[in-house]
Design a protein around this ligand. Structure first.
Ligand code: CDP
Ligand code: MG
Length: 138
Protein backbone atom coordinates (compact mmCIF):
# COMPACT_ATOMS: atom_id res chain seq x y z
CA UNK A 1 0.00 0.00 0.00
CA UNK A 2 1.15 3.57 -0.68
CA UNK A 3 2.85 5.35 2.23
CA UNK A 4 3.56 8.93 3.24
CA UNK A 5 5.41 10.76 5.99
CA UNK A 6 3.45 13.14 8.21
CA UNK A 7 4.88 15.47 10.85
CA UNK A 8 2.73 17.11 13.49
CA UNK A 9 4.91 20.19 13.87
CA UNK A 10 6.09 21.73 17.18
CA UNK A 11 3.44 24.50 17.12
CA UNK A 12 0.60 21.97 17.03
CA UNK A 13 2.19 19.67 19.64
CA UNK A 14 2.73 22.65 21.99
CA UNK A 15 -0.94 23.63 21.63
CA UNK A 16 -2.08 20.06 22.48
CA UNK A 17 -3.58 19.48 19.03
CA UNK A 18 -1.79 16.14 18.57
CA UNK A 19 -4.78 13.94 19.41
CA UNK A 20 -7.24 15.97 17.35
CA UNK A 21 -4.93 15.87 14.32
CA UNK A 22 -4.31 12.11 14.57
CA UNK A 23 -8.09 11.68 14.80
CA UNK A 24 -8.52 13.50 11.47
CA UNK A 25 -6.16 11.05 9.75
CA UNK A 26 -7.87 8.05 11.36
CA UNK A 27 -11.35 9.31 10.46
CA UNK A 28 -10.16 9.68 6.87
CA UNK A 29 -9.38 5.96 6.92
CA UNK A 30 -5.56 6.00 6.79
CA UNK A 31 -3.59 3.35 8.67
CA UNK A 32 -0.80 4.36 11.06
CA UNK A 33 2.23 2.17 10.29
CA UNK A 34 4.74 4.01 12.53
CA UNK A 35 4.72 6.87 15.03
CA UNK A 36 7.17 8.61 17.39
CA UNK A 37 7.67 11.81 19.40
CA UNK A 38 11.08 13.40 18.84
CA UNK A 39 12.89 16.69 18.68
CA UNK A 40 14.63 17.32 15.34
CA UNK A 41 18.28 18.38 15.30
CA UNK A 42 19.61 21.01 12.87
CA UNK A 43 21.30 18.20 10.91
CA UNK A 44 18.01 16.31 10.60
CA UNK A 45 16.19 19.52 9.60
CA UNK A 46 18.67 20.17 6.77
CA UNK A 47 18.24 16.59 5.56
CA UNK A 48 14.44 16.63 5.69
CA UNK A 49 14.10 20.15 4.20
CA UNK A 50 17.09 19.81 1.80
CA UNK A 51 15.31 21.55 -1.08
CA UNK A 52 14.58 24.58 1.15
CA UNK A 53 18.11 25.14 2.49
CA UNK A 54 19.30 28.58 1.32
CA UNK A 55 15.82 29.99 0.75
CA UNK A 56 14.95 33.28 2.52
CA UNK A 57 12.70 31.54 5.07
CA UNK A 58 15.03 28.59 5.76
CA UNK A 59 16.68 29.86 8.97
CA UNK A 60 13.28 30.63 10.48
CA UNK A 61 11.97 27.22 9.34
CA UNK A 62 14.95 25.40 10.90
CA UNK A 63 14.60 27.34 14.17
CA UNK A 64 10.91 26.50 14.28
CA UNK A 65 11.07 22.82 13.33
CA UNK A 66 13.85 22.19 15.92
CA UNK A 67 12.16 24.27 18.64
CA UNK A 68 10.40 21.44 20.47
CA UNK A 69 8.89 17.99 20.24
CA UNK A 70 7.10 16.91 17.10
CA UNK A 71 5.25 13.74 16.12
CA UNK A 72 6.45 11.82 13.07
CA UNK A 73 4.12 9.24 11.52
CA UNK A 74 3.97 6.93 8.55
CA UNK A 75 0.45 6.72 7.11
CA UNK A 76 -0.75 4.22 4.53
CA UNK A 77 -3.77 4.07 2.26
CA UNK A 78 -5.01 4.36 -1.30
CA UNK A 79 -3.48 7.41 -2.99
CA UNK A 80 -2.30 8.44 0.49
CA UNK A 81 0.33 10.98 -0.66
CA UNK A 82 -2.18 13.15 -2.53
CA UNK A 83 -5.03 12.44 -0.10
CA UNK A 84 -3.06 13.58 2.96
CA UNK A 85 -1.82 16.72 1.16
CA UNK A 86 -5.46 17.51 0.41
CA UNK A 87 -6.59 16.87 4.00
CA UNK A 88 -3.71 19.04 5.32
CA UNK A 89 -4.72 21.95 3.07
CA UNK A 90 -2.66 24.75 1.52
CA UNK A 91 0.64 25.80 3.11
CA UNK A 92 -0.86 29.15 4.20
CA UNK A 93 -3.93 28.58 6.40
CA UNK A 94 -5.45 31.76 4.98
CA UNK A 95 -5.69 29.91 1.65
CA UNK A 96 -6.60 26.49 3.11
CA UNK A 97 -10.05 25.08 2.39
CA UNK A 98 -12.70 24.58 5.09
CA UNK A 99 -12.40 21.19 6.74
CA UNK A 100 -8.62 20.95 6.28
CA UNK A 101 -6.20 20.45 9.14
CA UNK A 102 -4.31 23.67 8.41
CA UNK A 103 -7.51 25.70 8.24
CA UNK A 104 -8.42 24.45 11.71
CA UNK A 105 -5.05 24.16 13.47
CA UNK A 106 -2.42 26.31 11.68
CA UNK A 107 -1.52 29.78 12.97
CA UNK A 108 0.34 31.07 9.90
CA UNK A 109 2.15 30.07 6.71
CA UNK A 110 5.30 29.28 8.70
CA UNK A 111 3.63 27.81 11.85
CA UNK A 112 1.32 25.56 9.92
CA UNK A 113 0.76 22.52 12.17
CA UNK A 114 1.58 19.67 9.78
CA UNK A 115 3.90 18.40 7.05
CA UNK A 116 3.22 15.71 4.47
CA UNK A 117 5.37 14.34 1.67
CA UNK A 118 4.57 15.78 -1.77
CA UNK A 119 5.39 12.75 -3.96
CA UNK A 120 5.91 9.00 -3.58
CA UNK A 121 9.65 9.46 -4.16
CA UNK A 122 9.88 12.11 -1.43
CA UNK A 123 7.75 9.92 0.85
CA UNK A 124 10.27 7.05 0.53
CA UNK A 125 13.15 9.45 1.19
CA UNK A 126 11.51 11.22 4.15
CA UNK A 127 10.15 8.06 5.83
CA UNK A 128 13.69 6.68 6.06
CA UNK A 129 15.00 9.88 7.65
CA UNK A 130 12.74 9.19 10.64
CA UNK A 131 12.15 5.43 10.71
CA UNK A 132 14.03 2.21 10.10
CA UNK A 133 12.43 -0.91 8.64
CA UNK A 134 11.62 -2.61 11.96
CA UNK A 135 9.73 0.49 13.14
CA UNK A 136 7.34 0.41 10.15
CA UNK A 137 4.56 -2.12 10.79
CA UNK A 138 3.73 -2.78 7.19
O1 CDP B 1 4.71 22.26 3.75
P1 CDP B 1 4.38 22.49 2.29
O2 CDP B 1 4.83 21.39 1.39
O3 CDP B 1 2.93 22.84 2.11
O4 CDP B 1 5.15 23.83 1.87
P2 CDP B 1 6.60 24.07 1.26
O5 CDP B 1 6.48 25.16 0.26
O6 CDP B 1 7.23 22.79 0.84
O7 CDP B 1 7.41 24.68 2.50
C1 CDP B 1 7.85 23.86 3.56
C2 CDP B 1 7.61 24.57 4.86
O8 CDP B 1 8.45 25.73 4.93
C3 CDP B 1 6.20 25.14 5.03
O9 CDP B 1 5.26 24.18 5.47
C4 CDP B 1 6.42 26.23 6.06
O10 CDP B 1 6.51 25.69 7.38
C5 CDP B 1 7.81 26.75 5.65
N1 CDP B 1 7.70 27.94 4.79
C6 CDP B 1 7.78 29.20 5.37
O11 CDP B 1 7.94 29.29 6.59
N2 CDP B 1 7.68 30.33 4.58
C7 CDP B 1 7.51 30.24 3.25
N3 CDP B 1 7.44 31.35 2.51
C8 CDP B 1 7.42 28.97 2.65
C9 CDP B 1 7.52 27.83 3.44
MG1 MG C 1 6.76 20.76 0.81
Amino acid sequence: MEKTLVLIKPDAVAKHYTGDIIKKYEEAGFRILAMKLLRMSQVLAKKHYAEHVGRPYYDDLEGFITSGPLVAMVLAGDDVVAAVRKLNGKTDPKEAEEGTIRKRFAASKSRNAVHASDSQANAEREIHIFFNEIEILD
